[in-house]
Design a protein around this ligand. Structure first.
Ligand code: C5P
Length: 230
């Protein structure tokens, strides 16, 4: 392994999480004694591989400045953006003076608090010598349908369909250029899609199914259960 290559984490945390129907953004809901975002950042800090963790926070967010972890020496706060991709780009820019183009960046959703150290290790160990990078993903066990207006058009070949998770691991320079060049494109819903639009073919690394994204109210109980099992 090249000793000069560093690892950085970028955590988009500027979403409002409308589907939770809660009085605050989902990353500030309680999960096993802490807020969701504290759990998520704790998992990244425990991995002990990141030079810094850049967290993109909405400029109108009153909760973040109150959290002790916001002052952690390895955590940098960056202004969030309109879309997830804007928040990630803002996070990348906040470490521009410290990161080299060849360094690795792992982008991880604030709303995925069950990430394990073993999945972070697996992603890094699998992709460390790759030219492009890749993402944690899950294969599908269900039969999948293509649907329009309530009608099934087709049954998809599930052997070729994967669910994209995070972290997503790419080189700093390549990821920043891809997000800048695809800015405003609504097809960019994760980092890999920006790289794909630039003609690259990111890799898939099979992750754990307990790395869920908190999206709906019942996901909090499920996340708590997974944490207890881990
Ligand atoms: O809304 P969704 O669950 O897909 O968001 C995924 C992650 O992206 C969340 O951690 C959310 O806070 C973040 N996000 C962001 N900036 C936005 C929208 C979402 O940082 N404008």
């Amino acid at each position: 392994m090249n000793q000069t290559i560093k690892f950085w984490a970028v955590v988009p945390a500027a979403g409002v999480g409308k589907r939770m129907n809660a009085d605050r953004p989902k990353q500030y809901l309680e999960l096993a004694g802490f807020m969701v975002i504290e759990q998520t950042l704790g998992r990244l800090l425990q991995a002990d591989v990141f030079s810094k963790i850049a967290v993109a926070i909405s400029v109108e967010d009153p909760y973040w400045p109150e959290l002790g972890i916001a002052n952690h020496e390895l955590i940098i706060t960056a202004p969030g953006g309109k879309e997830r991709a804007d928040s990630v780009l803002s996070g990348l820019k906040s470490i521009r003076d410290q990161a080299n183009d060849d360094d690795w960046v792992l982008v991880h959703d604030a709303a995925r608090p069950c990430l394990t150290a073993s999945d972070i290790r697996l992603l890094i160990d699998t992709l460390i010598n790759d030219d492009v990078g890749g993402i944690l993903a899950l294969s599908s066990h269900d039969t999948l349908k293509s649907v329009q207006d309530g009608n099934i058009l087709d049954t998809l070949d599930r052997r070729t369909i994967w669910k994209a998770l995070t972290p997503q691991m790419f080189r700093y320079g390549m990821l920043k250029s891809a997000l800048e060049d695809t800015a405003g494109n609504l097809r960019v819903t994760d980092e890999a899609s920006a790289l794909e639009l630039m003609g690259f073919t990111p890799k898939i690394v099979e992750g754990r199914p307990d790395n869920i994204k908190i999206t709906r109210p019942e996901d909090l109980a499920l996340a708590q259960f997974y944490m207890e099992q881990q």
